[in-house]
Design a protein around this ligand. Structure first.
Ligand SMILES: C[S@@+](CC[C@H](N)C(=O)[O-])C[C@H]1O[C@@H](n2cnc3c(N)ncnc32)[C@H](O)[C@@H]1O
Length: 256
C-alpha cells in the first residue's frame, strides 16, 4: 500500500487538499443533487452511510445535517487526520482501509464513494474488487453511489496546465497526458507540498457497468453530471464528451 501511487499522492497533498479543491460545494452536489436522486430510487434519509475514500470528510456535513450516521474510510492516514478535524468529523468513526480489500464495517443503507475516488484504482481487476467490498457493506435493500471522471476530463484536464490560488497560496496542475493505456498523469506542485504525480485510470461506461455486474450489483442509473447556473444537473443518458462526471447508482443484484 505504501508504494501505491494514490497513497503517495494523497499523503503528499492532504494538508492542502481542501484549499486546492475549495471551489467544490458538497451541499450543492451531494445535498441538493445526489441525495434527492437516491431518494427518487427509494432511499430514506437519516440511516447509516459508509463513505469509502472519504478523504478529508467533505461529504460529512451535508449527511450529518440530514440526520445520517456516518462512517468513513480511506487509504491515506493524512487525509483521515484532516477528516477528523473537519466540522462534524468528531462524530464520524474513521478507519484506514484499502477499498480493494474493504473490511465489513457493518450493513449500511447507503455506501458512497465520491469525487472520482475509484479512478485511483489503476489495476485491471481493482474496480470489481472495490465494488464487491462496497456490496458486502450494503443492507439488502441499500443503495450505493459512486462517480467516475468522464472521457473529456482525461482528454482536456490531463492535457492542460493550470494555476490554482487560494488565500495567498498557489499550486500548479501540470497535465502530462496518457502515460500508458488508460492511465493519465498530472504533476501537482506548489506551496507547502512536495511535487507529486497524480495518476488516474479512465474507465469507459461499459467497463464500469460490467464491473458492477461482476461485483453482484444491479446498475439502477448512470447519470451525466454538469453544472448549470450554479447548480449540479444530472441527466440520462450520460455523454462522455460533454458531462464531466458520470454518477452510478446501484443495489445488490437480486439473483446473487
Ligand atoms: C479525489 S479524493 C476524494 C476524497 C473525498 N471522497 C472527496 O469527495 O473529497 C480521492 C480519495 O480516494 C482515496 N483513495 C485512493 N485510492 C484508494 C484506495 N485504494 N482505497 C481507499 N481510498 C483510496 C484517496 O486517498 C483520496 O482521499
Amino acid at each position: 500500500v505504501r508504494s501505491d501511487p494514490a497513497f503517495l499522492t494523497y499523503e503528499a497533498i492532504a494538508g492542502i487538499y481542501d484549499a486546492f479543491n475549495h471551489s467544490n460545494d458538497y451541499e450543492m452536489w451531494l445535498g441538493r443533487a445526489l441525495l434527492p436522486e437516491l431518494e427518487k430510487r427509494g432511499l430514506r434519509s437519516g440511516g447509516a452511510v459508509l463513505d469509502v475514500g472519504c478523504g478529508t470528510g467533505r461529504a460529512f456535513l451535508p449527511l450529518l445535517r440530514r440526520g445520517w450516521t456516518v462512517r468513513g474510510c480511506d487509504l491515506s492516514p493524512g487525509m483521515l487526520e484532516k477528516a477528523g478535524e473537519a466540522e462534524g468529523g468528531d462524530q464520524v468513526p474513521l478507519s484506514v482501509a484499502d477499498m480493494r480489500d474493504l473490511p465489513r464495517f457493518g450493513l449500511f443503507d447507503l455506501v458512497l464513494s465520491l469525487n472520482d475516488s475509484v479512478n485511483y484504482l489503476l489495476g485491471e481487476g481493482d474496480l470489481v474488487d472495490a465494488l464487491r467490498g462496497m456490496r458486502a457493506n450494503l443492507e439488502p435493500n441499500g443503495l450505493m453511489l459512486f462517480d467516475v471522471n468522464s472521457r473529456i476530463v482525461y482528454d482536456e484536464g490531463y492535457a492542460e496546465s493550470r494555476e490554482i490560488e487560494h488565500q495567498g497560496r498557489r499550486w500548479r496542475w501540470v497535465g502530462l497526458g496518457e502515460a500508458s493505456p488508460s492511465i493519465f498523469e498530472a504533476r501537482i506542485e506548489g506551496d507547502g507540498i512536495p511535487p507529486t504525480v497524480n495518476k488516474e485510470r479512465f474507465r469507459p461506461l461499459p467497463e464500469v457497468r460490467e464491473a458492477m455486474t461482476a461485483a453482484g450489483l444491479t446498475c439502477l442509473a448512470s447519470l451525466g453530471m454538469e453544472e448549470v447556473e450554479g447548480e449540479v444537473v444530472l441527466s440520462e443518458p450520460p455523454d462522455e464528451n460533454r458531462h464531466y462526471k458520470i454518477v452510478f447508482i446501484g443495489k445488490v443484484a437480486s439473483t446473487s
